[in-house]
Design a protein around this ligand. Structure first.
Ligand code: NAD
Length: 487
């Protein structure tokens, strides 16, 4: 008999304790082999003065068990409280957010009866580093970071997920027609990794039309992998249109630690009344069982749950006259699922799972070899951004031309990505945020030193021009690693 797997459990707030009890009861009834270590998170911890809602001692449990089954929590109103999810995600590098969005027609009302989409959202990068600046009186900036190792991890995760779950296709959404370097890298890595998974179909959509298609015809998609921001937006859209926000679970996967939960909140008004639907948390727990190598139990529990749903045993939130047969409370619903362990659904599609297993995850990490790929980097110029409101673009151009020398010369000035000097259109609206591009006097591709850049900045300062940031222009293996302004 295999040993029990230690997991960390938090019962949370509001309906959390009830739905956790119900979930654990179903897992036990299906034969899960778990050893539970309970921690306290949420409102009480916030109100004891912890800004994150989780105490350092709780992290020790997570580091030990590496698996976290978390009920929803209530974030107290008012400022000063941080998101517990963001804290756990950042502390433990939970890079993948996995959210299956499934319709259970005709037993749960939905506009998209055939929908069965898994959203795999990158969880650490993109604009979520929260690196923002107000750079001038008029202009603010947020840094969007897309890295090769970060993208390799999430894309490979999506393909491994597809393979383990008998999925046929992985779709990638980006906006690489506009963000050619950042989203372009995500798309390029998607193509590289897709080529290794010849058994799985792959496709790429520009995110705008992809999102429209996903909202209109979700049955055309299977697994969808996205950068963080698009994933944040579209995972909610997908859960909503499946018609089953209260039924969706979610996994946050890191290299060492993973967290499983429902996507809904603590529904305080429903708390303590034996009303809440435990299904979202339960379906999160099913993903947890697969993750800890108990695919057999996950399959038994999930199929019993599907059977319960199709037999019309429903909690109030999905109960519908004419479709449902029995309105039940949280505890009774759990009991109904346990009573069906060993049965499979007859109308809905039964599930089958293969365990992720520690070995799979290990070998998957070792296959991320390309991250060490090196390229020849050469600095060939610098963009100096200035805060300037003193006149026409031509006047700034002339002021910058005077700073030419020491091997550097002005090549162009752009405002909000549009070239305004030399040339430019009088119609172009200009803010107070100017990008002055300097390249080697010796011609395109000639290298530029840090010392030349530093002395250029000294000349800006001497001329009384308020420079607010610089970006080095680098070529990688002879190819430009920077964008060009629109002409
Ligand atoms: P909510 O998801 O808690 O509730 C929204 C609506 O859905 C309510 O009408 C509720 O009655 C219903 N509902 C939600 N889950 C249900 C279930 N399992 N069964 C039956 N009905 C259910 O969202 P909210 O009211 O905006 O937020 C309440 C609290 O939850 C807030 O403090 C919020 O910060 C927190 N929250 C926590 C998490 C989390 O811990 N991951 C996520 C979202 C919201």
């Amino acid at each position: 008999m295999a040993e029990n797997v230690p997991i960390t459990v938090a019962r949370g707030d509001g309906i959390g304790p009830e739905i956790m009890d119900a979930t654990l009861r179903i897992l036990e009834g299906a034969g899960a082999r778990l050893k539970i270590d309970e921690i306290e998170i949420g409102e009480k911890v916030f109100l004891r003065g912890s800004p994150t809602g989780i105490e350092p001692s709780a992290f020790e449990s997570l580091r030990r068990t590496k698996v976290f089954l978390k009920a929803p929590i209530t974030t107290p109103q008012g400022g000063g409280f941080k998101s517990l999810n963001v804290t756990v995600r950042k502390t433990f590098g939970l890079y993948a957010n996995v959210r299956p969005c499934v319709a259970y027609a005709p037993f749960v009302a939905t506009k998209h009866p055939g929908m069965d989409v898994v959203i795999v959202r990158e969880n650490e990068e993109d604009v979520y580093g929260g690196i923002e600046y107000r750079q001038t009186g008029q202009v603010t900036q947020c840094l969007k970071l897309i890295s090769r190792p970060g993208t390799e991890k999430i894309v490979r995760y999506a393909f491994e997920y597809a393979r383990r779950n008998n999925r046929k296709k992985v779709t990638c959404f980006t906006k690489d027609n506009i963000m050619k370097i950042t989203d372009g890298l995500f798309h390029k890595i998607f193509d590289e990794i897709a080529a290794e998974y010849t058994d799985i179909e792959n496709e790429h959509w520009i995110v705008d039309i992809g999102a429209a298609k996903l909202s209109d015809t979700p049955e055309a998609f299977d697994v969808v992998v996205l950068p963080n921001l698009y994933g944040d937006v579209l995972s909610d859209v997908a859960a909503q249109i499946a018609g089953s926000v209260g039924l969706a679970g979610s996994a946050n996967i890191g290299e060492d630690i993973a967290m499983f939960e429902a996507i809904h909140g603590s529904a305080p008004r429903r708390a303590g009344q034996n009303l809440a639907n435990p299904s979202g948390l339960f379906l999160g727990a099913v993903m947890m069982l697969v993750h800890v190598g108990q695919a057999d139990v996950a399959e038994r529990a999930h199929n019993a749950w599907l059977r319960t749903i199709e037999e019309g045993v429903h909690t109030y939130d999905i109960y519908k006259d004419g479709v449902s047969r029995q309105k039940v409370g949280t505890r009774e619903f759990a009991g109904a699922v346990v009573a069906r362990v060993g049965q499979k659904p007859e109308t809905l599609k039964p599930v089958s799972y293969q365990s992720a297993g520690a070995d799979d995850e290990g070998s998957f990490a070792s296959r991320m070899a390309r991250t060490s790929e090196t390229s020849q980097k050469e600095t060939v110029g610098v963009d100096v951004y200035v805060d300037w409101t003193a006149g026409e673009p031509r006047q700034l151009g002339e002021a910058c031309e005077k700073l030419n020398g020491d091997g550097l010369k002005l090549s162009s000035i752009a405002n909000r990505g549009v070239r305004v000097y030399p040339g430019g259109s009088p119609e172009t609206f200009c803010s107070d945020h100017w990008r002055c591009r300097f390249v080697a006097e010796a011609g395109e591709g000639a290298t530029v030193s840090h010392a030349q850049i530093a002395s250029l900045l000294a000349r800006f300062s001497d001329a009384g021009l308020d420079f607010i940031k610089t970006e080095n222009l680098c070529n990688f293996d002879g190819k430009p690693g920077y964008s060009h302004a629109q002409e």
